[in-house]
Design a protein around this ligand. Sequence first.
Ligand code: ADP
Ligand code: ZN
Length: 208
Amino acid sequence: MNIVLLGAPGAGKGTQAAFLVEEFDLPHISTGDMLRAAVKAGTELGKKAKSFMDAGELVPDDVIIGLVIERLGQPDTNVGFILDGFPRTTAQAVALDAELSKLERPLDAALLIDVDPEVIVGRLTSRRMCKECGCIGSVADASCPKCGGEMYQRDDDNETTVRNRLDVYAKSTSPLIDYYRGCELLVSIDGDRDPKVVYADVKTALNA
Ligand code: ADP
Ligand code: ZN
């Protein structure tokens, strides 16, 4: 199963990816998680990416494309993969197509988790993440529901940055919906429901 997850920041891509990973044992390739790990580790990539991320802007295409191509070269992706947060621009989608046709591993689906932007502002500003395992929770969780770790608010989950991320999504990423519709790979799911209900539809849509 070779899948791309599409949707605005906070649409629930990471949550759906986690369900898919658990059930189908596929590698979850989240460019946001990879970049946050690089920032935390203080690598050159992390230093380069941090200011873009804090502002809610996209990290430059050449940086992120190289990172994903390298990741797709690792053998665990032979069984399939779930790309989460990539591609985010048409240039990234074109580069991904080229790489996957080189690897002879075409996409099976581009899954759009569709949620209204105003719903998202509320979701993201009340979102909290576990420092230990990266699990997603809310302001109501005193500690991580999964591992008991400390919860924190991502630097980019404040209202100003969230609104900018949504603008960037509308401008740079939402054109990919038409791009994948054109390749007959687009599958759209209403993401404004309980995550488990959304997941049931995801599985139906993927014939999984
Ligand atoms: P969200 O989807 O909630 O905005 P992510 O964790 O996917 O968050 O990404 C966080 C930030 O990392 C983005 O705002 C952006 O700065 C950077 N980023 C992640 N993926 C990409 C990408 N494919 N291209 C450019 N920048 C990216
Ligand atoms: Zn945790």
